[in-house]
Every structure is written in structure tokens, then in C-alpha cells.
Design a protein around this ligand. Structure first.
Ligand SMILES: Nc1ncnc2c1ncn2[C@@H]1O[C@H](COP(=O)(O)OP(=O)(O)O)[C@@H](O)[C@H]1O
Ligand SMILES: Cc1cn([C@H]2C[C@H](O)[C@@H](COP(=O)(O)O)O2)c(=O)[nH]c1=O
Ligand SMILES: [Zn+2]
Length: 192
């Protein structure tokens, strides 16, 4: 389990944490867990999500098992920078949907002494790197890869298999539209 740096020994230095994996791998739960612990430590926390994803709620980040935390929906990565004055910790969910400016924004926040925690899909439905997440994983101090349970065989899943033939990159959905699969089961599903 990821353990936070000791606040006093870290001083006012900022850093970036990335939580990445497939759908249903527990990214949002882990983000909420870290942010709640920061709140318990009386740190000032701001949470953002892309405006495009309002599946469960306009103003909350919600996990698949209904944990929730208040958040601000924003249009672009640059908005995060504008809205993050006077905070200790910034949390960002569904980060794969942000523009390529996200890595720069997160690095700027970290340079200002802010702890930045980013959660997002590392791969799209085709198994390709998704949006700004790979760049963020390269520049972050801490990267946690989380896994779902393969819906076919029960092994660790790293792919989000789309159940329809739709080719567009952004297609919001849940279990109706995607299933997490391991490498073997994903390759089988793709060859059918
Ligand atoms: N195949 C699966 N593997 C793991 N967790 C699953 C699966 N299907 C449903 N879940 C539920 O999803 C929760 C994780 O939800 P969440 O944190 O929102 O994931 P993510 O943000 O990665 O999509 C788990 O605690 C579990 O209750
Ligand atoms: C793989 C993939 C997913 N999406 C969408 C589907 C969901 O609405 C979100 C991911 O949510 P989660 O919290 O990680 O479960 O992203 C997409 O638009 N395109 C894709 O390739
Ligand atoms: Zn499998």
C-alpha cells in the first residue's frame, strides 16, 4: 500500500503521484483514500475531474462501489492551475480525458510545493497509451499500477475490453460497455 511522505520531512516540496490501470482496477478508490487521509492531516485539498465525465455526478468523483468525494469539473488542464491557489494537495480523476497540457500543469503545481495525485486509465480500449497519462507516469515521483480482476478467468486484468464495435476513443460507460481482462483473455477476445 502506498504510504505518504512524512509531511514534516517533506517540508514544502511538491511531487506527483500517478495511480493508473484499467477500468474497475480501483483507481478512484485509491485516489479517494489518499485524499481523505490528507484531509485528516488537515491539509487543504482540491479535487478536479474533466467536464466530459459526468457519468455519476456533476460535482463528485464517485468510485464503482459508490465512494464519493466533492470535486470541481473543469474544461481544460489550464483551469486546474487557475483554481489551485493556496492548496496543499490537488487530486485529479479521469485524467486520461485531459489535454496534453496536463503534465505541464501537474509539474508546475508540484514545483510550487503542491502534492499532486493523478488517477487515470493508462491504456484505451485498443491497449494503446491513453492521452496525457504515459507522459505523467514518466515525470511523476511515484507511480502505482493497480489491477482489476479479469472477468473471464479471475487473473489480474490490465486491459479495458470494449464490448461494442465502436471505434471512437471517448465512449463513456460501465459494465454495459467494458470488461476488464488479463492479457490472455484480451487477446482471445480481440481475435474473435
Ligand atoms: N472485475 C473487477 N475487478 C475489480 N473490481 C471490480 C470489478 N468489477 C467491479 N469492481 C468494483 O470496482 C471497485 C473499484 O472501483 P473504482 O475505484 O471506481 O475503479 P476505477 O476507478 O479503476 O474504474 C472495486 O472495489 C469493486 O467493488
Ligand atoms: C477504455 C476506455 C474507457 N473510456 C471511458 C469509459 C469510462 O466512462 C471511463 C473510465 O472510467 P473508470 O473510472 O476508469 O472506470 O473512460 C473511454 O472513453 N475510452 C476508452 O478507450
Ligand atoms: Zn483472463
Amino acid at each position: 500500500m502506498f504510504l505518504e511522505n512524512d509531511i514534516s520531512s517533506a517540508g514544502s516540496r511538491g511531487w506527483i503521484e500517478v495511480v493508473a490501470g484499467s477500468m474497475f482496477s480501483g483507481k478512484t478508490e485509491e485516489l479517494i483514500r489518499r485524499l481523505n487521509r490528507a484531509k485528516i492531516a488537515r491539509q487543504k485539498v482540491e479535487i478536479f475531474k474533466p467536464k466530459v465525465d459526468t457519468r455519476y455526478s456533476e460535482d463528485e468523483v464517485v468510485s464503482h462501489n459508490s465512494n464519493a468525494i466533492r470535486s470541481t469539473p473543469v474544461e481544460t488542464a489550464a483551469n486546474i492551475l487557475l483554481l489551485s491557489s493556496d492548496v496543499d494537495v490537488v487530486g485529479i480523476d479521469e485524467a486520461q480525458f485531459f489535454d496534453d497540457g496536463l503534465a505541464e500543469v501537474c509539474n508546475e503545481l508540484a514545483n510550487q510545493g503542491i502534492r499532486v495525485i493523478v488517477a487515470g486509465l493508462d491504456m484505451d480500449f485498443q491497449g494503446k497509451p491513453f492521452g496525457p497519462i504515459p507522459g505523467l507516469m514518466a515525470t511523476a515521483e511515484y507511480v502505482t499500477k493497480v489491477h482489476a480482476v479479469c472477468m473471464q478467468c479471475g487473473n489480474l486484468a490490465q486491459y479495458s475490453h470494449r464490448l461494442s464495435d465502436t471505434e471512437k476513443l471517448v465512449l463513456l460507460g460501465e459494465k454495459d460497455a467494458y470488461e476488464p481482462l488479463c492479457r490472455v483473455c484480451y487477446r482471445k477476445a480481440k481475435s474473435n
